[in-house]
Design a protein around this ligand. Structure first.
Ligand code: SF4
Length: 330
């Protein structure tokens, strides 16, 4: 296997909670809590979990839209967190992000041509004549017309707006794209088109994706490996096929069970998880999943399980659950 393109080690990001007239800090939210993983070139790693589990914060912390509190982010072997000024700007060209809401991500006062030319201007890459050619090429790459350059974002559908966002992301020829719920704001009929476009672009430009979604069926469609997040931590990490065939963590099992299926000609949605995600302001002691876990044991409310290789399982499969201790061959 190639060296990783991205290495994330023990990454942490907290947000202060301020209350009262003087906005004194009265607590903190551990949005990303000691997260480690790698992504290899050309791979898609899916990051899945319920809303508020920290997956978007993790994506933003990796490309430093939020500054992490501690930990390491290595990109192409270099310490990305150590970069500053011009070096950081240059390194950022290789790591771009697609946001959930394409309407909010596009400036309504700029034409599509201006939006797509902006990255070239900001990074002072090419002159205005060449910019126009590049902009037209970008539009064609994402399935839009070159005549769209003079139109404004409000003249496009949601799916077309996301295509414009993807085109802007491609302008700087990045190697890694963090796609944060790129289809969840779109109609179901459009979602597959955007997912297929992302797959085609990956092949064409050998892109690497960190693909964030709350929807496990979307993750199953596009990802090579999957990391499951719960309250700021990765609780299971495996190849896609291994995760769906042999889930180990009770939370992963519940998410898989909850995927809607057609049975006897009817849509079957199995509700397999009770309760809400606990507040990250006051996370439960021990395993954070224990208040909702159908298999919890005494030690689960006391000791925090560590993400480690699942015993007796081929391939790279890690899980943080005390049940695995029982599976260790004696
Ligand atoms: Fe459930 Fe305990 Fe495993 Fe947590 S460690 S997922 S509470 S069995």
């Amino acid at each position: 296997m190639n060296s990783p393109l991205l290495e994330v080690k023990n990454l942490k990001k907290t947000f202060p909670v301020r209350t009262g007239f003087f906005l004194r800090q009265t607590g903190e939210v551990k949005a990303v809590d000691d997260v480690s993983f790698v992504i290899h070139p050309g791979e898609t790693l899916g990051l899945v979990g319920e809303s508020g589990c920290g997956k978007s914060t993790l994506g933003r912390s990796i490309i430093r839209l939020y500054e992490p509190d501690s930990g390491e982010v290595k990109f192409q072997g270099e310490d990305f967190l150590a970069h500053a000024g011009a070096r950081l700007r240059q390194a950022r060209r290789n790591m771009q992000m697609i946001f959930q809401d394409p309407a909010a991500a596009l400036n309504p006062r700029m034409t599509v041509g201006q939006i797509l030319a902006e990255p070239y201007k900001v990074h002072r890459l090419i002159g205005s004549g060449e910019r126009q050619t590049k902009v037209r090429q970008l539009l064609s790459t994402v399935g839009l017309q070159s005549s769209d350059v003079n139109r404004y974002p409000h003249e496009f559908s949601g799916g077309q707006k996301q295509r414009i966002c993807i085109a802007r992301t491609l302008a700087l020829e990045p190697r890694l794209i963090v796609a944060d719920e790129p289809v969840s704001a779109l109609d179901v009929s459009i979602q597959a088109q955007i997912l297929n476009l992302l797959k085609d672009l990956q092949e064409k430009f050998r892109l690497t994706y960190l693909f964030i979604s709350h929807d496990l069926s979307v993750i199953a469609h596009v990802c090579d490996r999957v990391a499951v997040m719960y309250l700021g931590k990765i609780v299971e990490l495996a190849t896609r096929d291994e995760l769906f065939a042999n889930p180990k963590h009770p939370y992963t099992k519940a998410l898989i069970q909850a995927i809607p299926r057609i049975g006897d000609g009817k849509l079957v949605i199995k509700k397999s998880l009770s309760g809400e995600v606990p507040s990250p302001l006051a996370p439960p002691k021990g395993c954070a999943f224990h208040p909702r876990c159908p298999q919890k044991m005494d030690r689960c409310s006391r000791d925090i399980p560590i993400l480690a290789a699942a015993p007796g399982i081929p391939n790279e499969h890690q899980c943080s659950c005390w049940l695995l201790d029982k599976e260790v061959p004696k």
